[in-house]
Design a protein around this ligand. Sequence first.
Ligand SMILES: *Cc1c(COP(=O)(O)O)cnc(C)c1O
Length: 383
Amino acid sequence: MATTRGKKAGFETLAIHAGQEPDGQTGAVTVPIYQTSTFAQEAVGKNKGYEYARTGNPTRTALEACLAALEDGAWGLAFASGMAATDAIAHLLSSGDHLVMGDDVYGGTYRLFARVFDRMGVALSAVDMREPANVRRAMRTRTRLVWIETPTNPLLKVVDIAAIAEIARRGGALSVADNTFASPYLQNPLVHGADLVLHSTTKYIGGHSDVVGGAVVGRDEELRARLAFVQNAAGGVPGPLDAWLVLRGAKTLAVRMERHSANGQAVAEWLAEHPRVTAVNYPGLPTHPQHELAKRQMKSFGGMLSFELRGGEAAAKRMVARTRIFALAESLGGVESLVEVPLGMTHGSVRGTKLAPPAGLVRLSVGIETVGDLIADLAQAIG
Ligand SMILES: *Cc1c(COP(=O)(O)O)cnc(C)c1O
């Protein structure tokens, strides 16, 4: 890992150098894309650390080392998607186990536990984690996992990672924090006591809407061994080109997040003053109910926000069809601004459940374009 005179290097230095020494053979400054499925061995059982590319690939190894450094972890494991990473963690559970999750988590996370692992005998409780006591009350003797997401998607609730990780620890359960919305630049859940951090690297870490990927980072070696076993046994791994794209994205994460946060703050403040806007959810606004907690836990507040318009769902659908710079699309975290109506798009899987967001909620992923252009686009779309 990159260090400066024994002291741990800064985030920006790690993003560019951790796991990414110049290539030993050629001096290539950028980690090569090892587009190979297998590695020649010198003798049976004697190799250079790689055998078959599901088990390990040097491009993926570089990405895993870099992500571990950015999350202040001891190890990282890269997956083919955020959901493949979630699935690997879910495979730590057995029939009869129980997990507690936030009631506002990513729709796909809820779907995996409620519709796939539920069938395999894993019980689920979804609670509002803004109040840590709700987590304590939901714990059972067989609770093995506490799934935290903060800020949440799409309501931007902020959850106290340290308080909930402590409740999980006392109850003998692992705590996992989905850190996709914040990115490792804004928030490091392991530092607050979480056992594992999960990322959809598709979002801010990749950052350019050109790759799907996921990762888990942790510190405990036994957990690494159990998850690496699942990663290899189930095989939800990224190909070398995808690993390389995520690694390339990570290099500029810090500067992108600074601009995402600045633009997000400006757009949130503008929306909060708009006469047709009835609610704005952004942790950087002093009116956000957990603004103080967000300030303690996060470096700044990122580019994700959601809001409601007078006129509800019809007004929301009209507005998102009229934006010109904000593309109407699922996903988030890329350099380009996106807009969506969660209930009709990313969160369709929770429609009709108590996890469903308001039908008229509009979610923005504020990109790094010129902020005046973004605000002008929203102004003409809201009308
Ligand atoms: C997108 C997303 C996921 C799932 O990741 P994929 O890469 O799409 O599989 C999980 N959690 C959050 C918060 C996300 O935004």
